[in-house]
Each structure stands twice: as structure tokens, then as C-alpha cells.
Write a protein that binds this ligand. Structure first.
Ligand SMILES: [Zn+2]
Length: 423
């Protein structure tokens, strides 16, 4: 639906406040070239709708103080839903990424999709009641990325929703829209971590970056020139299934059908298998005195051994860090990012692992591309549903029409003095 001139102005002002707020009416007028009276009228409209708030006053050191405006963080919220092979995660998040509610419900493979849709509708119905006093702007759904369990269970329900145009995108979407009266959007899971980090996390304001998942699988999520990279079919960034060790012939095949891919040689199960194999062969290790290995080698057990400078664990963790570093360096060579964001439970291996990973990435990157940062994510469990929330807010703000706004640099706090308690 085309938006008229007034609505266009309103969205522009809302996007500027969202990105640069707290900001004064005078600054809005200067940035947009709209007359002060027009800006005041639009701001009044946004205040009446409770989309923004007056939050304090700026002091420029000259003239009178200016009232500052910012997005109404506590009022504007969205629902995010994501799927893994074992769970459905639901969150309700504020526009600033503060999560007000989160829960996971188990997903049993093989249950009929109608039953599952009814469960999801019931859950969302409860959330609509619980957050009835908020302005819910929409529901974002992250399409599940591949994982081994999904890939192998071709007959199961789960396999049926790993593709676009499946029931999530048609039946679930339309039934949720009918139930809630809200916009419901589905997104490719491969872009969700990047979108979450860009709006709420450590990649705020960064236009080119890669997120790398280090867990039971190795995954990537890419943001290029400010935009998520989903690829032709929403399945881009399969860094985990690029082959880095083509000489391997006796290693077990990955579910991607190849030996020697990044995932089979560096994900947590590969590390656990190597350590467990060494223990079985009688290699000396403090792990033999670890309290409980009845469930196999855990990340906590390896970390415990690393903290005790166990030579065997240090050897295998370093080996995996070096291999992972090669793979990530290849991705850096391909994309020239400003930032690499690491997430996933393998980060619990701690400094020893991260130190070797970082030095391997830097040693293997082509020198002209070496100017980038490496950071770790602050959220892991909710990254996919938070990505869906990030995207539903972009949809609500019609952000693609105002992309230039998001390239403006906010003033540093030092330059802006805010008196929070002044009316
Ligand atoms: Zn593979």
C-alpha cells in the first residue's frame, strides 16, 4: 500500500527518533528540512499514539534547553518465535531488545502439524492476553535452519518445515494473523543471528559482519552492506559444510554427505569424540578423575581440564581452534567484514580456546583484509527469536525505506548532556 506524504514524514521522523534518539524537535527539523511547525505536529501525533516519549532535556550550553524525544521502549513490543529440532522458543521483547518474557516448549518429532499449530496458537493467545497493555507491533517467526536431526528425519514433521512455503509460512502464518490481528512475518533462520546482533547486540550500527555459531554445529549468519544475506533460497552461509580437509578418507561422513567438512572436524561432537578416543586409548589426562563422565565428555568437563592445564585436552582444543580459524579466515577473505561475532556454547571453553582461535583466524586471513574485530555475543539461547523480533520491528518501522537514516552516526554521550528528571 503506498503511503501518503504525511505518513512518509511520520515514518521518517519515527525512524530518526528510533535510531538517533534522544533527539530534540530542533534537531529533527534540521535533519529533515521540515518546518518546525510540521515537526511539532508529527511529534504530537507520535506522542498521542504512545510510540515515542519525552525523556528529558538537552543543554547545548547556549539558549534554552530542548526537550528530547525517544522511542517508547517499554510500550513497543513484539513476539518472536523460533524452532529448533527439539524446542519452540517464544519471546516477548521490547523495541530495545529487552526481553520481558521467554519460554521454551518441547517439540516432539512426528506430532501432527495441526496439533502443533493449535499449541502455538494457544501459546500466542496467552501472550496476547499477558501483554495486552503493550503495543505489540507483530509476530516474527524464524524458519528453522538445518540441523542433523532435522536433515535425517525426512519423514518427520520437522523436515516439513525446513523449507519456505511449508506450513509455517502458510497455515501457521495465516492462522496467527487471524488470531492476533497483527502482522506475522516469517524469516530465514540463517539470517536471524546477524539481524539480532545488528539491532540489539554487539554489531549495532555495523554494516558488514559475520556471526559464527560454535556449538554442536558450525553455522554462519552474514550481514553485507547492512542487509542480511539469505541467498536465493534462504540457505546461504553454510560455512559448516565447506570442506577444509579433503585428504580425510577414513573419517565418518557428515550428514552433508562429505568427510572433512568444517562441522565434522571442528564442532563440539568432533572435539568430544577426539578426547574420548584418546581417553579410551589410555592417554594420560586429569579427566580420568573428573566427577562424572557418565553422559560422555561435556563442555564443562573439558573446561575443567583446561583450567588444570591438562596437556591432552589442550592439544585437541588447540587443534580444533586452528582448524576453525582457517574456516573463519576463509569467510573473512570472501566477505571483508568489519566484525566477526562468535556465539554458541563452545565459547565456554574459555580463553585458551579463544586465544588460539583468534590467532588462527588472523594468521590465515589475507593481509589486506586484516582490519577487523572479533567479539563474542551476549545472547545465545534467544538469538533466533530475537532476530525475528529485530526483523518484525524493521517491518513495522518500514525501515527499508529509510536505510540512510541508519547510516547516520549518533552523537557520543559526552556531546549530549541529558537531564533525565527535568520535565
Ligand atoms: Zn558437513
Amino acid at each position: 500500500m503506498p503511503i501518503n506524504n504525511y505518513l512518509h514524514k511520520q515514518y521518517l521522523i519515527l525512524n530518526i527518533i528510533n535510531h538517533l534518539g534522544p533527539i530534540s524537535r530542533t534537531e529533527l527539523s534540521l535533519l529533515t528540512d521540515y518546518r518546525p511547525a510540521s515537526v511539532s505536529a508529527i511529534v504530537k501525533d507520535l506522542l498521542d499514539q504512545r510510540l515515542i516519549l519525552e525523556t528529558g532535556q538537552s543543554s547545548t550550553g547556549q539558549g534554552r534547553k530542548r526537550t528530547l524525544l525517544e522511542v517508547n521502549n517499554e510500550h513497543l513490543c513484539a513476539i518472536g518465535i523460533s524452532f529448533s529440532s527439539k524446542h519452540i522458543t517464544y519471546i516477548v521483547s521490547q523495541v530495545n531488545g529487552v526481553i520481558l518474557y521467554q519460554t521454551m516448549s518441547p517439540l516432539l518429532p512426528g506430532s501432527p502439524k495441526e496439533e502443533l499449530i493449535q499449541k502455538i496458537l494457544a501459546k500466542v493467545s496467552g501472550l496476547l492476553d499477558m501483554f495486552g497493555n503493550k503495543k505489540l507491533v507483530g509476530i516474527g517467526i524464524s524458519d528453522p535452519p538445518y540441523d542433523p536431526a532435522v536433515y535425517q528425519q525426512t519423514d518427520s514433521l520437522i523436515a516439513n518445515y525446513t523449507h519456505f512455503n511449508s506450513w509455517v509460512h502458510k497455515q501457521l502464518k495465516s492462522q496467527l494473523e487471524a488470531l492476533s490481528g497483527l502482522p506475522v512475518q516469517t524469516y530465514s533462520g540463517v539470517t536471524m543471528p546477524a539481524m539480532a546482533e545488528q539491532r540489539f547486540g554487539v554489531a549495532k550500527g555495523v554494516q558488514n559482519f559475520i556471526c559464527i555459531e560454535l556449538s554442536n554445529g558450525i553455522g554462519a549468519s552474514i550481514c553485507c552492506n547492512g542487509m542480511p544475506v539469505g541467498g536465493e533460497h534462504g540457505k546461504a552461509a553454510e560455512l559448516g559444510h565447506t570442506v577444509i580437509d579433503y585428504s580425510v578418507t577414513n573419517q565418518k561422513l557428515c550428514y552433508c554427505g562429505k568427510p572433512g567438512c568444517v562441522e565434522t572436524s571442528t564442532a563440539f561432537p568432533a572435539l568430544a569424540a577426539k578426547i574420548s578416543g584418546a581417553l579410551n586409548q589410555g592417554v594420560l589426562s586429569v579427566l580420568k578423575s573428573y566427577q562424572d563422565l557418565s553422559d560422555g565428555i561435556t563442555i564443562q568437563a573439558i573446561r575443567w581440564a583446561l583450567d588444570k592445564e591438562d596437556q591432552m585436552c589442550m592439544y585437541y582444543v588447540k587443534d580444533i581452534a586452528i582448524r576453525l580459524g582457517v574456516a573463519i579466515a576463509n569467510a573473512v577473505n570472501l566477505l571483508n567484514p568489519k566484525l566477526v561475532v562468535l556465539y554458541g556454547f563452545m565459547l565456554e571453553l574459555g580463553d585458551f580456546f579463544l586465544r588460539h582461535l583468534e590467532s588462527s583466524i588472523r594468521e590465515n586471513v589475507f593481509a589486506p583484509l586484516k582490519d577487523f574485530e572479533i567479539r563474542t555475543s551476549n545472547s545465545t539461547e534467544t538469538l533466533f527469536s530475537l532476530g525475528a523480533v529485530a526483523e518484525i520491528f524493521s517491518f513495522y518501522f518500514k525501515q527499508e525505506n529509510y536505510r540512510w537514516v541508519y547510516q547516520l552516526q549518533p552523537e557520543s554521550p559526552d556531546e549530549k548532556v541529558i537531564a533525565q528528571d527535568t520535565p
